[in-house]
Write a protein that binds this ligand. Structure first.
Ligand code: SF4
Ligand code: ZN
Length: 429
């Protein structure tokens, strides 16, 4: 039996809003969805009349819906904004090449200009090449750091006032959960901020901050918007995946938990002695950085010097490493060690027994305390460890410095690698 639209328009309802549980017809859903975003924009004072605004466009559901809604609201409420699309081509075959075709379709559909910047042009490396060099463990660290700077560079080229990103309520709630789970309370304020950016940088704003992912998918579905829904071929993102799974489970029981978690993140008090790194300008590339040399430059230097692992870790010590490396060029011990390492890295998969005679669990110096166990390439690791030590870099997987894990990209850099497929959503009823 048909159910009447809850908004009282007289039509039959065709959907149940995941956020509120209201049963609505399509038109009343569109109105509610768009009006909430309009309210978020005006309450957060995200834009000023006459602003040029770059929409970070990936071709995915979030940025596609963002572009569509921004165009609609700009006309409907006469914001007076000059909207344009800005895309980053990471160089991921089978993923970004296809999704960029969707962005080009968005450009034509929404009649906005489109600027595409590629990692290859900016850094000389595609993600395909980086992954071939570093493997699939830290790929998102490189990708996230490079993307953040690439967006800054693109925005500077376009001369825009701000960058609008498609981060939705689920993304932000996931990030809050992740920061809580890893004890990084200092980031809570920033990850829940609707507008981020310090002096001298181009701010990023999140008009979809309070918009549920499920509603974004529903809106795209009913509006028949064209978007790309394949996951990145390099997407591991295990930690975010767990946070996402936890959130989805909780959402099934209590849909308001997404808003509740964002609210908790917004209002959680941060102790004064927990400070975020201050922003400055990278001495090399002149873009914003929390260190003298920015993370993008450090990672790039590591790639170009053939030892990318040295770019992973504490950036405060990476500068020292770079200076010492340069001082010892050419024909330095490090040079030879890099050649050795590259040779040995080919064999790191081969399992063997530690050659040390030490039988107890004391560190023999070759195997990080794993004597008499299978080494699984430990000899190579020990050489890396001694190099890292020599160059003042801890061999760390994740170093917590004042509560900030420097390997984990900022939430704005983060790519969920997600696809938002419709099949998993309960839309009609
Ligand atoms: Fe880059 Fe995202 Fe793919 Fe990771 S999942 S490699 S951050 S596009
Ligand atoms: Zn730099």
């Amino acid at each position: 039996m048909p159910v009447a639209c809850r908004a009282g328009c007289g039509k039959n309802a065709v959907l149940k809003r995941p956020k509120t549980g209201d049963v609505l017809c399509k038109e009343c859903f569109y109105w509610a969805f768009e009006t909430e975003i309009h309210y978020t924009i005006t309450k957060g004072e995200l834009f000023n009349r006459g602003d040029a605004v770059a929409i970070a466009a990936s071709g995915g559901k979030d940025s596609t819906v963002l572009a569509h809604v921004m165009k609609t609201l700009n006309q409907q409420y006469d914001y007076g904004l000059n909207l344009m699309l800005l895309s980053i081509d990471e160089g991921i075959t089978g993923y970004r090449d296809d999704s960029l075709e969707t962005v080009k379709q968005n450009r034509d559909d929404y009649e906005m200009s489109l600027k595409i910047l590629s990692y290859k042009d900016l850094y000389g490396w595609t993600m395909d090449e980086i992954v071939a060099q570093i493997g699939r463990k830290n790929n998102c660290t490189f990708c996230g750091v490079f993307r953040r700077q690439a967006l800054d560079r693109g925005a500077a080229m376009l001369g825009v006032k701000c960058i609008a990103t498609g981060h939705n309520a689920d993304d932000i709630a996931e990030t809050v959960l992740m920061n809580v789970l890893r004890g990084d309370i200092a980031r809570l304020k920033r990850c829940t901020a609707i507008s981020t950016g310090s002096e001298g940088t181009i701010p990023r704003v999140k008009p979809l901050k309070y918009t549920y992912e499920k509603e974004i998918v529903m809106y795209a579905h009913y509006k028949k918007l064209v978007y790309f829904s394949t996951e990145c071929v390099f997407a591991p993102n295990a930690y975010r995946g767990h946070a996402r799974a936890l959130l989805k489970d909780m959402e099934k029981i209590r849909p308001t938990c997404i808003m509740d978690i964002i609210y908790s993140g917004e209002t959680m008090a941060v102790k004064e002695e927990v400070s975020l790194p201050s922003q400055r300008i990278c001495v090399r590339c002149k873009f914003v950085s929390s260190q003298e040399v920015c993370k993008a430059c450090v990672l790039l230097e590591g790639l170009n010097k053939g030892l990318p692992r040295l770019g992973i870790g504490k950036s405060s010590k990476a500068k020292k490493m770079l200076e010492e490396y340069n001082a010892k060029q050419p024909g330095s011990e490090l040079d030879k060690a890099i050649i050795d390492l590259n040779d040995e890295s080919v064999n790191t998969k081969s399992k063997g027994r530690c050659k040390s005679k030490v039988k107890n669990k004391e560190n023999c110096g070759n195997c990080s305390g794993k004597c008499a166990k299978e080494t699984n390439g430990m000899e190579s690791n020990s050489k890396i460890n001694s190099l890292l030590e020599q160059y003042g870099l801890e061999n760390t997987q994740n170093v917590l410095v004042n509560g900030h894990d420097e390997q984990i990209p900022d939430e704005d850099d983060g790519c969920s690698g997600s696809c938002g497929k419709l099949g998993s959503m309960q839309i009609g009823f």
